[in-house]
Design a protein around this ligand. Structure first.
Ligand code: NAD
Length: 338
């Protein structure tokens, strides 16, 4: 099956490209390179030994999407393309609604025009808002605390309406918890522009001396050590979840399905720091800073639905996540000095 990956040059998209190719899919990437580089695709090509067409284009350009779908005889789309920085979304809400919501609308319009109605969408655990109970299962009420989260929620609702109006669609909404780490080859990984928003790339940069210290936002939460608890999931496990979801869409008999992709296990910020230090024999200087508005104390998934319906379960633990993130960071240092 030929699959178009929007945002395929990005962090999650590039790892999914590897997993999909390993599972026998043919992959075409569609990316405007606003937060990635074409070299990521070359690295996926070298990992997989497969040539991957890259269409440089914007999902808001419906005609460009339509051309990519028809030129490559695409049968399914995995839709990663989007902006994802919470703080930036507060400062530039119009940009986020335009890129994420209007972009997704243009994409699904182009898909409908071309008769491609199989879609996997990158959603986020952020749509659960403030947890009312734990672990978070897919039936937990949804809400949003910032424009980024609201774009994910709006897209989910839009996809729900589309699936209700035309039951010929097969849509899989994947609610990611906290993807971290890198492919074993260390050729691809998470390398955000500017100061990282996410914990793991921040830790890696502090370990490498690229940033002086880590700020731990809040140590007075109602958690075992007072720092925030999250469900970190290895990026390679997450990528395999997409392969399972895409396969399920060919057999499942309902137009829209929602699955959490998480491990079901929560770790605190201090757990993460200590594991990273121990596994990689490095030191992570940190200081306690005030809480960030909108951050929740504890968030972890019930992965039961993905296990039961997709046969998917995360298998890589925290040590593997920390080791792979550090291998990737050191590879970046070599690449940048070379
Ligand atoms: N990384 C996380 O922690 C996380 C968690 C939950 C959900 N998500 C979602 O997963 C998806 C992928 O995230 P990521 O971490 O790989 O981010 P990323 O920024 O590395 O990848 C996104 C890719 O989409 C491309 N893109 C953005 N807007 C585009 C547009 N209008 N047209 C074409 N391409 C466009 C970017 O250039 C980039 O290559 C996003 O939708 C994000 O919101 C990510």
């Amino acid at each position: 099956m030929k699959v178009l990956l929007t945002g395929g040059a990005g962090y999650i998209g590039s790892h999914c490209a590897v997993a999909l190719i390993a599972a026998g899919y043919q992959v075409v990437c569609f990316d405007n390179l606003s937060n990635s580089r074409p070299q990521a695709i070359e690295r996926v090509e070298s990992i997989t030994g497969t040539r991957i067409p890259l269409v440089v284009g914007d999902i808001r350009d419906r005609e460009a999407v339509r051309r990519a779908l028809t030129d490559h005889a695409i049968e399914a789309v995995v839709h990663f393309a989007g902006l994802k920085a919470v703080g930036e979304s507060v400062e530039k809400p119009m940009l986020y609604y335009d890129n994420n919501v209007r972009g997704t609308l243009a994409l699904v319009e182009a898909m409908a025009e071309c008769g491609v109605r199989r879609l996997v969408f990158s959603s986020s655990a952020t749509v659960y808002g403030q947890p009312q109970y734990l672990p978070l299962d897919e039936a937990h009420p949804t809400s949003a605390t910032n424009p980024y989260g609201r774009t994910k929620l709006m897209i989910e609702e839009m996809l729900g309406d589309i699936a209700a109006a035309d039951p010929g669609w097969r849509i899989g909404v994947l609610r990611y918890f906290n993807p971290v780490g890198a492919h074993d080859s260390a050729l691809i990984g998470e390398d955000p522009n500017g100061v990282p928003n996410n914990l793991m790339p921040f830790i890696s940069r502090v370990a490498a001396g690229r940033l002086p210290e880590l700020s731990v936002f809040g140590d007075d939460y109602d958690t075992a050590d007072g720092t925030g608890v999250r469900d970190y999931v290895h990026i390679v496990d997450l990528a395999e979840g997409h392969v399972a979801a895409l396969a399920a869409l060919t057999t499942i008999d309902r137009p829209l399905s929602i699955w959490n992709l998480g491990t079901g296990q929560g770790y605190s910020v201090l757990d993460m720091i200590r594991s990273f230090e121990r596994v990689n024999a490095v030191s992570i200087p940190y200081r306690i800073a005030s809480r960030r508005p909108g951050d929740v104390a504890t968030c972890y998934a019930s992965p039961a639905k993905a296990r039961d319906e997709l046969g998917w379960q995360a298998s890589r633990g925290l040590d593997a996540m920390c080791a792979s993130a550090w291998r990737f960071e050191r590879m970046l240092a070599t690449r940048n000095s070379g």
